[in-house]
Ligand binder design. Structure first.
Ligand code: WTA
Length: 631
């Protein structure tokens, strides 16, 4: 088991060692796991080719490290606590032994349906224990899980299933989210109309929602599990075999399937979890992220279970039945470590202190933040009202592509500074680059955030298109992994993440490419073209502002906006609906036809005092109209 670093001096020592001799450093960290056979070389790779291999030659199964190896000492310890959406419904707890049993059974169910090593499985489920079981069961039998957040629409699911050629889908009848019930199976049925690779669908009954079962294709979870054996031989995986695919948005094209592999991902998620959160053996840890995002993969499932930590899974939302729910759950299950997103903090902050002051929160010891920059106001509110100024608050910067936390305080070990992520974890070598791609050596500077040396859980490829991976992350600045974020370093070398410098917007911690939303809007037959930008939003961090040009001369703006929202909901999902839609007669374009987004961003931000040089515009009058009509 990983022994976390306990002092800042020890951190600095570990950091220096990790930079001077990465192979030795990571080799020693990797000794903390059960491998079936040892590696030949700790790592090899070449950033220019987007290649990185870790622990090559070694074999393992990550679920043996998450579950089996804890059975002797922690068999009866809780692995997972599940808190349902409705506080009146009974919660569920699984010990490591029980979780091991469920995972083994479902692994056998998948195998019985012909799923084997390397096959892709799409998981589209509510936040229920069975989602975690399905993920781990895939890993157990060497199938590649591709979890799709259960808020995406049929169209987006179909794209993801087709891109990776999934053989099987695991879903549920419906899900509960706050006061709403939302169907899942019906959405999958619709998606599958345009997918030819899926042979079977396994359906968990969560909400007694009527579903149509397709004969020969659809199987009930409970029926399949009833007779499944509790012994499931773990598949022997190479360290560099694929563990999962997770789709994420970039600045161009369709979302891409970020690929993570078994060995490096295991070592890094476990190492970073132990060091950042400093869990104690008796702790209850709660990460509020959905398993549909990377945070749910790395720090709700793998990181905690690899460390033998009890992890809490919450089905609901922060504001249901009232904005005290998070704190009620913390008290109810005696949560010690709590990891959430700034958007949740801001929305609870807006609901007033009373909700949080009604709970004791006396078991909390460590707080974490993830997903977007945390503004100072939210940082202080979280620190004072939730942490009672006695819990270190670690702001963790990382990405789907990095697999694990890259820059963050080690709780109780590293110095804290509001709205700063702080120092890199051992093994992580961040740099700031200037416009020309040169490293900025001085502190008190801003630049593009890049990483100059491989780390075990870095992205291996984008599924089915390695060149896209190389071009997106390794080509902009040769010799570096480019993050797409801007950052600054203070006098002490602490990092503060400023935000995306590309066409990615971060809405409540969810990433969307502006092009992705524009493509969706343009599916509406009334729309000639559109341009989407982000703007500062009090709760969501960034909101979506769409400028649209209508084909029709006469239209009803209210209807048109409603229709656009419907189109986006159908194409991507409700989560990508624009917050503001401004209908304009034309977009500001240069003579070469390029949309001047800089101007649109300024208008959306409400800062029209200085729009900069507009002389290269084809029609400068358009700008006046846009400014006059800003929302
Ligand atoms: C942003 C989520 C500032 C950032 C783990 C990054 C953050 C993108 C932070 C990745 C943070 C995430 N401070 N910004 N602590 N954490 N981001 O792939 O812009 O969903 O590039 O991964 O979120 O989002 P993703």
């Amino acid at each position: 088991m990983i022994q976390p670093i306990k002092t800042f001096d020890a951190y600095q020592e570990a950091y220096t060692k990790s930079v001077n001799d990465p192979a030795q450093f990571w080799g020693e960290v990797a000794e903390n796991f059960d491998w079936k056979s040892p590696w030949g070389k700790v790592f090899s790779g070449d950033f220019s080719q987007a290649e990185s291999k870790w622990f090559e030659g070694a074999t393992l199964n990550i679920t043996e490290n998450c579950l089996d190896r804890h059975l002797a000492e922690r068999g009866n310890k809780l692995a997972m606590i599940w808190e349902p959406n409705d506080p009146k419904e009974r919660f569920v707890r699984y010990t490591f032994r029980e979780l091991h049993e469920q995972v083994s059974k479902f692994g056998n169910v998948l195998r019985a349906q012909g799923v084997g090593k390397g096959d892709r499985v799409c998981i589209y489920m509510p936040m229920i224990p069975e989602l975690m079981v399905a993920v781990l069961a895939c890993a157990r039998i060497g199938a590649v899980h591709s979890v799709v957040f259960a808020g995406f629409a049929a169209h987006s699911i179909a794209d993801r299933i087709n891109d990776s050629g999934c053989k099987l889908v695991v879903t549920a009848d419906a899900l509960y989210r706050g006061a709403k019930q939302i169907p899942c199976k019906a959405v999958i049925d619709e998606a599958l109309l345009s997918c030819s690779t899926v042979e079977k669908v396994i359906v968990y009954e969560r909400a007694q929602w009527p579903v149509e079962m397709v004969v020969g294709r659809d199987i009930w979870w409970h029926e399949a599990m009833a007779s499944a054996s509790t012994h499931c031989e773990p598949e022997v995986m190479q360290a560099e075999d694929m563990l999962f695919i997770l789709y994420t948005s970039g600045s161009t094209g369709k979302p891409k399937g970020v690929v993570h592999t078994c060995g490096g991902y295991m070592v890094y998620t476990a190492y970073s979890f132990a060091n950042v959160f400093q869990p104690k053996e008796s702790d209850v840890y709660w990460c509020t992220a959905d398993i549909g995002w990377i945070t749910g993969h790395s720090y709700l499932i793998y990181g905690p279970l690899l460390n033998g930590t009890t992890t809490l899974v919450f089905e609901g939302v922060p504001t249901y039945p009232d904005p005290g729910r998070f704190w009620q759950v913390c008290d109810k299950h005696a949560v010690n470590i709590f990891y959430t997103a700034p958007t949740a903090i801001r929305s609870l902050m807006a609901a007033g202190e009373d909700h949080v002051l009604s709970y004791s929160l006396d078991k909390l010891r460590v707080l974490g933040s993830v997903g977007e920059p945390i503004n100072e106001e939210a940082w202080h509110w979280y620190n004072i009202h939730v942490g009672k100024e006695r819990c270190p608050l670690t702001d963790t910067w990382w990405q789907t592509e990095t697999g694990g936390i890259m820059i963050a305080a080690l709780a109780g070990v590293s110095p804290l500074k509001p709205s700063f992520a702080g120092y890199p974890l051992p093994g992580i070598q961040p740099v700031l680059l200037n416009q020309s791609g040169e490293e900025i050596a001085e502190n008190e500077q801003e630049g593009y955030l890049a990483i100059k040396f491989p780390w075990p859980s870095m992205i291996r490829t984008t599924y089915g298109d390695h060149e896209r991976c190389r071009l997106t992350y390794f080509d902009t600045y040769k010799g570096y992994y480019f993050t797409g974020d801007g950052a600054k370093r203070d006098t002490n070398g602490m990092y503060k993440i400023i935000g995306r410098v590309d066409d990615v917007i971060n809405v409540s911690g969810h990433r969307f490419g502006t092009a992705e939303i524009e493509n969706a809007i343009n599916q509406n037959t009334h729309i000639a073209e559109s341009a989407v930008v982000g703007y500062p939003h009090d709760i969501k961090g960034q909101g979506i502002y769409a400028f649209v040009v209508c084909k029709d001369k006469v239209f009803d703006p209210v209807n048109l906006r409603g229709e656009i929202n419907e189109t986006v909901t159908a194409q991507i999902g409700k989560i990508a609906k624009p917050d503001k839609i401004q209908i304009v007669s034309a977009l500001p374009k240069t003579r070469s036809g390029k949309i001047m987004r800089r101007i649109l961003r300024k208008v959306a931000e409400g800062d029209v005092s200085n729009l900069g040089d507009t002389s290269t515009l084809l029609d400068p009058l358009v700008v006046e109209e846009i400014v006059a009509g800003k929302l």
